[in-house]
Write a protein that binds this ligand. Sequence first.
Ligand code: PLP
Length: 409
Amino acid sequence: MDTTPIRKSHKLHNVCYDIRGPVLDHAKRLEEEGQRILKLNIGNPAPFGFEAPEEILQDVMRNLPTAQGYCDSKGLYSARKAIMQECQRREIPGVGIEDIYIGNGVSELIVMALQALLNDGDEVLIPAPDYPLWTAAANLAGGHAVHYRCDEQADWAPDLDDIRSKITAHTRAIVIINPNNPTGAVYPPEVLRELLEIARQHDLVVFSDEIYDKILYDDVAHVSTGALAGEDQLVVTMNGLSKSYRCAGFRSGWMILSGNIAKQRAADFIQGLTMLASMRLCANVPAQHAIQTALGGYQSINDLILPGGRLLAQRDITHEKLNAIPGVSCVKPKGALYAFPRLDPKVFNIQDDQQMVLDLLLQEKILLVQGTAFNWPEPDHVRIVTLPWADQLGDALDRFARFLSRYRQ
Ligand code: PLP
């Protein structure tokens, strides 16, 4: 019998996605043994009692009998029309039906877009910390993720000098995640304009991941990057139903191309995108029936983020409790579903943050994700999902504080 190991492809050598990494496997084993684990590791609203709006569910159920066939590779016409109208509301100019691609979540479209753009060795500027799928997808496509630092002292704004210093002849694109996962930062228009100016000077494609654009706290406004870009800049905006509409399991997201003059120049890239979209035939059709209703009319997410809203209360208690732990500091998240606190290295002795979250899991039965999983270079941050009820979060953070008191130098 041949015992030669069957190995994974070398294409996967620099690809990792540790949000669902080895520590989660450990948590699953503990659950199989009957232990209760509080999972604060994944931004999945449904298990925490956040239900999708009823009208969305009705749409999907009513349309199920007619959603049996494949649809156009870019998506249902009615759904794309609704996304086009959303672009008009968000002031992203010049977006037509053919500029919109619907995917099985933003995740599929991130992978697809980077596969279509990158040649071996091409570089993509990606924030640190990042949502790690961007880094994984750039590397999988044969490219090289180059991380630009976001500055915790400046509310996690992108460090523009760091970006400039990392641009080379190989840089093809820049990724902006706004509102940001994991930091909760929401970038003001001035910052976006500066990022766009850098991208324009160096002819970079701009990817703007805006999946949390409606999860905003404290009256902060979200401005779409595409609304500020000139016609000569190609902006690829990503958004979807998973977070604001609480139906991550439906796997429904979209990608929008804007910049009318740039699109002419990008015809070859766009043809590549269209071909990749057709290779996977189409996105899940039943879920596309939710898009028109989701985007139009009453936005139930507002009830969760305005004063008295559940998400706002949970953001507040997380922020408060974290900052009350000696040696821990947390910038107040202005959007999204996460907190990304700093654990002061002068206070805590953390050499390996994955080991630290594993120790936390074993000792306190709480699952977090270590900062380095978000391509943050030092082992001094963790990400906490702010989805559980406030009392559950309060209890979890008390346990985290107790755990950290043992981790002190
Ligand atoms: N982009 C960001 C910033 C995310 O946080 C996530 C999921 O957590 C995604 C994209 C993927 O979303 P989807 O469910 O649409 O694939």
